[in-house]
Design a protein around this ligand. Structure first.
Ligand code: ATP
Ligand code: MG
Length: 442
């Protein structure tokens, strides 16, 4: 097998080899090239010690020198060059206690998580694939290098990485690896929320977010997202639905574009259904107020997983309004936009449409037609440049002061009244009209 290395990568490998060391492109980049994907970054592994590497390149810095990693700067690009290493015993399923440098590539490949991530390549030796990575790519399998239980005991994050790679690549998880995940899933509790978040997001943004069902079955979601387990276990006996809350949620995730906020909103939109559920005397399930309760739950869960405030607020807003259906009039849609906030449009429609895709056929045509009409009205409001917030109100605070209103809380009160009027009567959004009708003359 011949792999076309980027010029800089070939240069680094060549420089190290000419100085008498071994060097290879390794890990994710080799996997991605074989898969015909563009690697995120190119990592290099070498028999040279960090100091030996540093001596060979003009610009380097110590990124993780205690773990053997030196960053080499070529032009504007950064390449991580890491000394062959054996990871010592892991503490708390988290960190290797110490790393030992080695001169055997084989040992370095052995410390890596999955066979598909444990291949190395350089032009002189070709592909080095000691643990059957290529075979597993052919079989579309995620398999641990060596003993799966040992590997997950060393670093429990690998459990989530296995699921994430399976989702991204559309692969199955090997039987033994899967058994080990099931057994060791509880040890994920030792992994930081930040690291869990990274893997969860990558999984949700993949082509197969519904793999979360597998994660549920293996006892993985229970550890950091038990609310999802409740969703999987909550039936929906009413005409609008034909799946459990969890199955429905995964359908919605699959049918919404792979954007961070949208996928997360899809994941959380019905998170409160298990707690909001009531069953009436005819045995029909109701989920009153679940969007509102769900918005708060989404906030709590996302905060727990250490998401940023911008993401938390946007997702909570989308959850809160996912079921909101204004009257099919321009006036009602303007009020909807004003109430929710312009920045969430048209995302909210994208979520509502995806939500419908996971429901039963009952009244589906009507539901889709109605949503289509609302979207069309939204488009008209945009096209007609109608005011839906203070941002585009024809009068600003300063105009009120110029008209003789005393600075202070009165300004806000008057502006709100003006906006109220304009939401119902867009043609009134002119300075003349508003000042004339809302500012008392002395
Ligand atoms: P991507 O960059 O697409 O997320 P990747 O496989 O490149 O995937 P990185 O986190 O960039 O993943 O790590 C690079 C390589 O380092 C991996 O391919 C793997 O060989 C090794 N590696 C990373 N994390 C671990 C881990 N937790 N346990 C064992 N090996 C790991
Ligand atoms: Mg990578």
């Amino acid at each position: 097998m011949i792999i076309n290395l980027p010029e800089n990568v070939a240069y680094i490998i060549n420089t190290l080899e000419e100085a008498g060391f071994e060097a290879y492109a390794v890990g994710g980049c080799v996997r991605d090239v074989i898969l015909g994907r563009t690697p995120n970054d190119w990592d290099i592994t070498t028999s040279a010690t960090p100091n030996e590497t540093k001596a060979l390149f003009k610009k380097t810095f110590d990124t993780g020198i205690q773990h053997g990693t030196v960053s080499v700067l070529l032009g504007k690009e950064i390449y991580e060059v890491t000394t062959y290493r054996i990871d010592g015993k892991y503490e708390d399923s988290r960190h290797p206690k110490e790393v030992t440098f080695t001169v055997n590539l084989e040992d370095d490949l052995l410390r890596r998580d999955f066979t598909i991530n444990a291949m190395a390549y350089n032009p002189s030796s070709g592909l080095v694939d000691i643990y059957g990575g290529l075979e597993d790519i052919k079989r579309k399998t995620i398999r641990c290098v060596g003993n799966a239980e040992e590997r997950f005991s060393e670093d429990a994050l690998r459990i989530l990485r296995a699921i994430r790679f399976a989702a991204q690549l559309g692969y199955e998880i090997d039987k033994e690896t899967e058994e080990a995940i099931k057994k060791l899933a509880p040890t994920l509790s030792k992994i930081s929320a930040e690291r869990i978040q990274v893997e969860l997001v990558k999984t949700m943004l993949s082509a197969n977010p519904a793999i979360l069902k597998k994660a549920y079955e293996l006892g993985v979601t229970k550890v950091f997202f038990k609310e999802f387990d409740c969703m999987m276990e909550t039936g929906q006996n009413n005409p609008h639905h034909m799946y459990t809350v969890g199955e429905h949620t995964l359908k919605v995730c699959e049918n919404i574009p792979a954007e961070r906020k949208l996928r997360l909103a899809a994941l959380f939109h019905d998170v409160a259904k298990p707690v909001a559920k009531t069953t009436d005397e005819d045995g029909v399930d109701h989920f009153n107020n679940h969007p509102k309760i769900g918005a708060q739950m989404a906030k709590d869960i996302l905060r727990r997983l250490k998401f940023d405030n911008d993401t938390i607020n946007a997702v909570a807003k989308l959850v809160e309004f996912h079921d909101y259906r204004p009257e099919v009039t321009k006036r009602a849609v303007r009020r909807f936009i004003n109430k929710m906030g312009e920045e969430y449009f048209p995302d909210i429609f994208t979520l509502q449409r995806a939500d419908l895709s996971g429901q039963s056929p009952y009244q589906m045509e009507e539901k889709l037609e109605r949503l289509g009409k609302i979207e069309k009205i939204y488009g008209e409001i945009l096209k007609d440049n109608e005011c839906v917030s203070l941002k585009t109100l024809a009068v600003k605070g300063k105009d009120l002061i110029d008209a003789g209103v005393k600075p202070g809380p009165d300004l806000g009160v008057i502006l709100s009244k003006m906006l109220e009027d304009v939401l119902d009567n867009p043609q009134n959004n002119t300075k003349e009209y508003l000042l004339e009708h809302f500012v008392e003359k002395n």
